[in-house]
Design a binder for this molecule. Structure first.
Ligand code: G
Ligand code: G
Ligand code: MN
Ligand code: NA
Length: 258
């Protein structure tokens, strides 16, 4: 209850900030994208895990305000990095199923904000989870289509842990599959996880999707993923999620001129 009250003030008191984790083109080592991950620095508790406060935000409806703030923040950041570092740079934002079920997002305002910044929709990707596609009510479908119609891309997060059917992947024209870190952490040559990764990647490519492997922590994992044909990698091997100012430094330590 206390936390709920605190969350009401967190945005205005600037306790909430966005961390960015690089997404790397495995073939070249270049940073091509970033995932935006929200952080709450509570004045007395310290860093509160999103797993703890996102559900509170959803129950209280604060998620609308937070989601809108994240979108605006990310749009301004992607404009800067496109200018300075990489013309095709893209940042993905996470959206929980609850954000699709309520109708309070003013998507029109968000899209206008992009236009004011002179940004195409493709500078943003929206990460959703498999459960959302299973439960594709009209509101969900319309919202997903609104993002796609605005030129934004969509990523299926934590892939392999839920129950997506192939027809959903095709129907909603998902652009990226993110292989869940559970499949990456145990990756060794000739393992079941390796066979699974190869199969997922092949399938994704047949359906015209690119693949991002999550939780890449070792060079061995990275090399096996490359061998399996994976397009992008994300994980502690490249960097943990960091503040924007620290992310800037990652650009100069790798090449990013895509
Ligand atoms: O880095 P990590 O522990 O922070 O992320 C925890 C979870 O929080 C992830 O599952 C991620 O999808 C979720 N998350 C991070 N940022 C956001 C956000 O802006 N909105 C929503 N809905 N979820 C987020
Ligand atoms: O949105 P999603 O549920 O995919 O959130 C990604 C989560 O994975 C975040 O909590 C992020 O901090 C975490 N993460 C990112 N890279 C790594 C990694 O290499 N190893 C582990 N264990 N976790 C990671
Ligand atoms: Mn994610
Ligand atoms: Na994930």
């Amino acid at each position: 209850l206390r936390l709920t009250n605190d969350l009401r003030h967190a945005l205005a008191d600037r306790q909430i900030w966005v961390a960015y984790q690089p997404i790397v083109d495995l073939a070249t080592g270049e940073i091509r994208k970033a995932e935006a991950l929200i952080r709450w620095e509570h004045p007395t508790r310290g860093l509160v895990n999103p797993a703890e406060f996102i559900p509170i935000a959803e129950d209280t409806g604060l998620i609308t305000e937070i989601g809108s703030w994240v979108f605006h923040q990310v749009a301004e950041q992607v404009a800067v990095w496109r200018n300075r570092h990489s013309a095709q740079f893209q940042i993905s934002i996470n959206k929980s199923p609850a954000q699709f079920h309520n109708n309070s997002d003013k998507l029109g305002d968000w899209f206008e904000h992009l236009q004011r910044l002179g940004l195409p929709g493709g500078c943003i990707a929206v990460e959703i989870t498999e459960g959302l596609l299973l439960d594709a009510s009209n509101t969900v479908t319309e919202k997903l289509l609104a993002f796609k119609n605005a030129g934004m891309q969509t990523s299926l997060d934590d892939f392999g842990t839920g129950y997506s059917s192939l027809s959903y992947l095709n129907k909603y024209q998902i652009d990226f599959l993110k292989i869940d870190q559970a499949f990456v952490s145990g990756l060794t040559a000739h393992s079941t996880d390796m066979a699974l990764c190869e199969a997922i990647i092949m399938l994704a490519h047949v359906l015209g999707m690119k693949v991002i492997a999550e939780g890449v922590e070792t060079e061995v994992q990275r090399d096996l993923l490359m061998q399996a044909g994976c397009d992008y990698g994300q994980g502690y091997l490249f960097s943990k999620p960091v503040p924007a100012a620290d992310f800037e430094k990652l650009f100069s330590s790798t090449r990013a001129d895509g």
